[in-house]
Design a protein around this ligand. Sequence first.
Ligand SMILES: *Cc1c(COP(=O)(O)O)cnc(C)c1O
Length: 388
Amino acid sequence: MKPDAASALIHHNYQPPAGFDAPQVGVHKASTVLFKNVAAMRARDWRSKAGYTYGLHGTPTTFVLEERIAALEGGKHCLLVPSGLAAIALVDQALLAPGDEILLPSNVYGPSRELARTDLARLGITHRLYDPLDAAALAGLIGARTRLVWLEAAGSVTMEFPDLRGLVAAARHRGVATALDNTWGAGLAFDAFALGIDIVVQALTKFPSGGGDVLMGSVTTRDDTLHERLKLTHMHLGLGVGGNDAELVLRSLSSMPLRYRAHDAAARELAGWLAARPEVARVLHPALPSCPGHAHWRELCTDAAGLFSVLFQARYTQQQVDRFVDGLRLFGIGYSWAGPRSLAVPYDLKAMRPGGGLEGHLVRFSIGLEEAQALRADIEQSLRAAFG
Ligand SMILES: *Cc1c(COP(=O)(O)O)cnc(C)c1O
């Protein structure tokens, strides 16, 4: 984990209102923001954070959250949007024009690929998939129309940790912008901007919120020009977040390093145990040497999110695997991870990573904050019931 990430999140130069010296940030909500006089109204500048102009363009609460996410990522500017998917869509919308091409990792977060396949295609923006473990192949795919390379570490569902250094070098060599979906790393596991990545997005819905009750996304940059371009599109699309939601994320941020470590420790314990079970063909967790991309993970990280996937032995049917998931008592069946509740979801492997060379029925586990021993006993009882 980045050195003393916790202190950086807890000690921040937030200035409470004069005479009220509380470290916790207040909730400010507004659509209308009043100007002192007409001259002040005419002089308004949405680009600068020196003043407030309209609720949609930021409040003291959202500005503090933006500053903290920018600090967490090691960036300079941050924009908040209503979901992680909206963060991805904002980057695409701001940077791309008809005739452009984007390159997506073949294990990319599914809705990002769907956006490319449908709405972006309709605008005349094409996409191709690349192998996140093969930087040389990416270099070969980059062409005159390539504007943006999306990165994701580790990959959604199949958990490969990409050759981030190699992929970024290939894109930079051709002057193509890179954007990373950093939801897994949460700004804690590795330093994305130090690798030369241009834009870092996160689903704040996951680790920063940590409660399973807020949807929010962030788009962080270091470059002023790039930020201004993103900010214009952000404004044109009318994107903004509510004060209460921003406060919930601010409240949870300071405990995020602690939670990240707890999710990680329990997930690694369970992943290691499952890897030795007779029902299991393979466990995909970036910290396990058997996981594709493990060497790349080791190069950049010591921590990992509480996520892993299990490939069951090929002799089992989908019905048996579904019965196993249904038989779990402590694990919910649901998508949005990094909350207190553990989750398990069966995925169609072929749809998740076409041509990835993986076989069998896959279940992704997201480990919550329950005791690892209790989760293990639960998995064990359901394995016995489903697979005999
Ligand atoms: C959840 C998730 C998103 C989208 O976040 P939402 O807030 O649910 O839209 C994007 N990328 C990854 C890797 C995610 O896990």
